[in-house]
Design a protein around this ligand. Structure first.
Ligand code: AMP
Ligand code: GLY
Length: 424
């Protein structure tokens, strides 16, 4: 098959790496890709939101399978456009992608499907939103309805903080994404992610994963795209996956199908395990970054087989084959991320780290120049390793991290610590 991957992060390097290892891959392109995807296939200069350009490229290059990594092309309708051109695309259509693209849409679907989630109000005027906020009090969570690059959720400890967030969001700081706002009950508990391959009403859950969203150790500092992830997370063991998929994934699939839009692709449920049971915080309609990196290191199936089965409505014929080891990935970021950060730092030691057994350095914000690799973004690498236990995976991943040199870098030293505490 001739494959086109869309995106430029660590997730897309992991997808490229896995697809390259499929016996069915003839040719692999990544748009726009990074230094890592350049080593797996060919990078092409097309942005992830250029749906027309991507369709034109896919037609001209006789692409058989398109794999969008990030949410943006999905919410813009890349799957619908590829389908119209007769090209398979692994991801939901534009209607289904609203599950991620609109928080109020997701809330309404969860309500109809009977999925447990935080109580909320949905507002389009500042007066009504303020009113509701002051009736409910703090702590409380304010969410811009639309996509806001991970910055649209404010967990407010005081009413004043919540009011500030409302003013910002509804005052135009988030453009169209802030025309509507969801105000949500604050939930306490531990977060965990459940991702599943989905096709119509069929879901095959992957093992659990846990992301680390805060920039610094001990879950302190600003929220980022994710500073590391591991799988499985002890809070959601393999024995609980089917039960959790019945609570958080399958009811949504039935509701989407009933509304005439069978969901195809990855459905990702962000869960909060509270003392009153699991509650869904959000849905993503794609692999998480960096959750994808450890998850794909554990997946033994041919990824193209699984994706093709999803698109062709044959997912029930597939059994996922998961390696028993734990996997853990540590993100190396540029100093200052998620704020402003420098670019262009030389990265050394990549080959030494990659050559360790059961270790893979997935690249995100990197570019290659000749035989050298330079940083080119906020999250630069995700150093990922397998181990016979979570503790072993953590040890191997940090050994590999210690072999990588980059000036002006930062990484968390406690990826996996929460899981280890739960096992202790
Ligand atoms: P979301 O994009 O909806 O997952 O929100 C981003 C982050 O905000 C989540 O990963 C949580 O850490 C936090 N969050 C979202 N909703 C809530 C909630 N209702 N209660 C507590 N924390 C929340
Ligand atoms: N790591 C969280 C996400 O990809 O949304």
């Amino acid at each position: 098959m001739r494959v086109l991957i869309i995106g430029s992060g660590g997730r897309e390097h992991a997808l490229s790496w896995k697809i390259r290892r499929s016996g069915r891959t003839e040719k692999l392109y990544c748009a726009p890709g990074n230094g890592g995807t350049a080593a797996e296939g060919e990078n092409i200069v097309l942005k992830d939101d250029d749906v027309d350009g991507l369709v034109r490229f896919a037609r001209e290059h006789e692409i058989d399978m398109v794999i969008p990594g990030p949410e943006l092309p999905l919410t813009l309708g890349v799957t619908d456009a590829m389908k119209q051109a007769g090209i398979r695309c692994f991801g939901p259509d534009k209607w289904c992608a609203q599950l991620e693209g609109s928080k109020s849409f997701a809330k309404r679907i969860m309500e109809r499907a009977g999925v447990p989630t935080a109580a909320c109000g949905i507002f389009e005027t500042l007066e009504e939103a303020r009113d509701f906020l002051h009736r409910k009090g703090a702590p409380i969570v304010i969410k811009a309805d639309g996509l806001a690059a991970g910055k649209g959720v404010i967990v407010a400890k005081t009413e004043a903080e919540a009011e500030d967030a409302l003013n910002q969001i509804m005052g135009g700081a988030f453009g169209k994404a802030g025309h509507r706002v969801v105000i949500e009950e604050f939930l306490e508990g531990e977060e965990v992610s459940l991702l599943a391959f989905c096709s119509g009403e069929t879901a095959l859950p992957l093992p659990s994963a846990q992301d680390h969203k805060a920039a610094f150790d001990g879950d302190t500092g600003p929220n980022t795209g994710g500073m590391g992830a591991y799988s499985p997370a002890p809070i959601l063991p393999d024995t609980e996956l089917e039960r959790m998929a019945d609570i958080a994934i399958r009811p949504i699939l039935r509701e989407m199908a009933a509304q005439g839009h069978p969901f195809v692709g990855i459905l990702y449920a962000g869960l909060m395990i509270t003392k009153n049971g699991p509650k869904v915080l959000e849905y993503n309609v794609r692999f998480g970054d960096p959750e994808c990196q450890p998850l794909l290191m554990r997946l033994d199936n041919d990824l193209l087989d699984v994706m093709t089965a999803c698109i062709d409505g044959r997912l029930e014929e597939v059994t996922l084959s998961i390696r028993p080891e734990s996997a853990l990935g540590v993100v190396i970021a540029a100093e200052g991320y998620p704020g402003s950060y420098p670019k262009g730092m030389l990265i050394e030691g990549l080959d030494q780290a990659d050559n360790l057994p059961n270790t893979k350095v997935f690249q995100a914000g990197t570019r290659r120049e000749g035989d050298k690799t330079f940083s080119n973004g906020g999250r630069v690498l995700c150093v990922t390793a397998l181990g016979s236990s979570l503790a072993e995976a953590q040890k191997h991943a940090y050994e590999a991290v210690s072999l990588v040199q980059m000036d002006k870098s930062q990484h968390r030293t406690d990826i996996g610590a929460k899981g280890l505490r739960r096992l202790a």
